[in-house]
Design a protein around this ligand. Sequence first.
Ligand SMILES: Nc1ncnc2c1ncn2[C@@H]1O[C@H](COP(=O)(O)OP(=O)(O)OP(=O)(O)O)[C@@H](O)[C@H]1O
Ligand SMILES: [Mg+2]
Length: 271
Amino acid sequence: MKTKSKILIIAGSDSSGGAGIQADIKTVTALGSYAMTAVTAVTVQNTNGVASVVAIKPSEIGKQILFTCKDIKPNAIKIGMLHSSQVIFSVVNALQKVKTSKIILDPVMIAKGGTRLINKSAIKTLKEKLIKKAYLITPNIPEAEILTKMKINTLEDMIHAAKILQKLGVKNVLLKGGHRKSVYIQDVLLSGKQVTVFKNKKITTKNTHGTGCTLSSAITTFLSCGKPLKKSCELGIKYVNQGIGSNPNNGKGNGPINHLNSIIIVKKFRL
Ligand SMILES: Nc1ncnc2c1ncn2[C@@H]1O[C@H](COP(=O)(O)OP(=O)(O)OP(=O)(O)O)[C@@H](O)[C@H]1O
Ligand SMILES: [Mg+2]
């Protein structure tokens, strides 16, 4: 099978393989594209939680981006965990030289088990320097609450928060609804002035480790192949939903999803 596009992933490593750069590579590969990486941090974790995090030097992160992209130009870039202001500055500087218009930013802040993954000054830098460079941002509800300083309980709150986030300088916001207590999950896409709500049945399972990383990588893959934004989000959400539904039940805690559920989606996904 010929790969459809090339994607650079800037994110942290999850030793348990369910989230982070491992989930990103699996997703991009399963959906038929070529994955490159710039590792920002190495976490020691399993499905029960994060034991430790070792940061990669900011200058090395910038160098991974530039040296890799100088050789193989990516069609799109997915950004995940950036834990400090210095790392964000290094990424912003490197991206200025890479010149890719399709940057998808998943503003990862808290791991599923509750561990805070980035510090306060990094959140400020993210808001002021990086969000405006992105084509799309994909916060979950707790992240959107931190970024907007508002409480999000209802669908109306989600739409309102997405509009506030847009004011940070990004045209497209996908606010993920996985953290709301409801029978159906609603993910809200705000693109310009257009609001789209994707509604899916909530699957009852503890195995949702890496759903956010997987979703943003799936959307990046579809976008990198020229699919429109709304369709890319719809397909990405479907990929995650089916991945949760067929999860392998690995580990004793929040287990990973099934990244190999892509076969039906890939068959339908022709350019
Ligand atoms: N139990 C579930 N059933 C069906 N879909 C789900 C479930 N949990 C999450 N999703 C979907 O997974 C996607 C990711 O949403 P979520 O809010 O979990 O992101 P996240 O919190 O960033 O994930 P992570 O903790 O991996 O970073 C969304 O499309 C959401 O609707
Ligand atoms: Mg997340």
